[in-house]
Design a protein. Structure first.
Lengths: 237, 237
DNA sequence: GGCAAACACGAGCGGCCGCTCGCGTTTTTC
DNA sequence: GAAAAACGCGAGCGGCCGCTCGTGTTTGCC
């Protein structure tokens, strides 16, 4: 499992100058770090409104208030901007779901569990709308898709464990499909939620929670609520 | 209601040569019609794999086995290709949902109703994958988005009527939100279904039906199943 | 057969975009 | 304070893409 760790990606900092590779260690000044953050903010805005492909590097530079040349002082190409932005968002996301999707404290009833999970993820996505655009956009670069797939798989595995905890008798194939389905349902609800504001948004949040709860309740009810279920009574799935 | 009819869009054929406008009636030969169909098929393939923006007209022409000049003999620009393809698909879609979403024969139980609707729409989308790509792609041309919005609104209105029929006491705002939610859930399930084949696909179809049924059953149950519900008992929405 | 219109071709034009390069400015280091 | 390195600029290069145009071929009509 250690090989799966992705350390720090070594993009913004290198270990030694005499590395021997073609790596340029390029020691950043504080000003440079500020510019990078500025550029990533601008990139988030532009990617969010135009999508990855339609976003032009010149537009990102303009949004950040710098020249195209300055942008390419900190990023080797357009893809690297999206990757760095995506990595930072994914790290934040990992912090978020790390707190929520741990199957340790699953003694809570489903309704409350869902409340916590959904609220956290909704909140994250509302505060970082570029995340949704980068993850679910159809035109992200290849390296980005890998990161997305990794995150997707990780979230899915956690979700599956959670479902399996509530419904231990269900076969793996079934829980996997249910987990994928939950993910898709959440994504659909998220899209509606991001498209509305205020009371409307709250209404859709409630609706999403209802949909997820009602979808999952019978699944876990089969194994938890009715323990002495006869083995022949599979629920048409 | 007559003004809402969109006749034939008058794109492929015109009424009279002495029209007086800048319209060029351009009488097509059988060969030309064949080429148009050929080009639209190719466009469907390319749009489906690359999305609208990333698809190049040269690629569409190549896919159809003709030269770029030939393509522009039948379509004024790239957008027109997507629009014509979208219009044809929308017309087919209208035929499909016209048969299914009519609120006339809603005497059927929810499960069977959902079965019919979902099966039809899934079938349509499996046979015309370009439809999904064109309708839900983020980079479709403006004229396309209008058509999509119109179809979306029409489907939504039908769905809302259907829901209102089953739950006549629910306020319009609530049924509208529920209809939007159903739409989103269906879209999410469709995406999963299109991404799988064979037994896996069937499994997701069942799962989608389950999700929709469980989401809608309590909603219509509140008004149909328990008629003598006290007015104060609103279900947490 | 003869003529006009529709069909077909493909090299190439204009424009946009990702990216570079030469040069000037600010900061760090000794 | 002076050399070195990081920062900053913006005109412009190469390449791709949507689209055109001049020319040649096929089809419909008399």
């Amino acid at each position: 499992m250690v090989d799966k760790q992705q350390t720090e990606d070594g993009r913004t900092q290198a270990s030694a100058p005499e590395d021997g590779r073609d790596e340029k260690p390029r020691r950043r000044q504080a000003r440079g770090e500020r510019r990078i953050a500025q550029l990533l903010d601008a990139a988030a805005t532009v990617f969010c409104t135009s999508g990855y492909t339609a976003a032009s590097t010149n537009a990102i530079a303009r949004e950040a208030g710098v020249s195209p040349g300055t942008l390419y002082q900190f990023f080797p190409n357009k893809e690297a901007i999206a990757i760095e932005l995506g990595d930072r968002l994914i790290h934040k996301m990992r912090d978020t779901y790390g707190e929520v999707l741990t199957p340790a404290d699953t003694a809570a009833p489903l309704r409350e569990l869902l409340d916590g999970i959904v609220d956290r993820f909704i909140d994250f996505n509302c505060q970082h709308p570029a995340f949704f655009a980068l993850m679910h956009g159809p035109d992200v670069p290849g390296r980005m898709a890998e990161a997305h797939d990794a995150l997707h798989a990780a979230l899915l595995a956690r979700l599956q464990d959670l479902i399996a905890f509530y419904a231990p008798d269900a076969p793996r194939a079934a829980t996997a499909r249910i987990a994928e389905m939950c993910f898709g349902l959440f994504k659909a609800g998220l899209e509606l939620i991001l498209a509305h504001e205020g009371a409307e948004r709250d209404g859709y949040v409630t609706e999403l929670k209802n949909a997820l709860f009602r979808y999952l309740d019978p699944v876990i009810g089969d194994a938890v609520g009715a323990v002495a279920q006869p083995p022949g009574a599979t629920s048409g799935g």
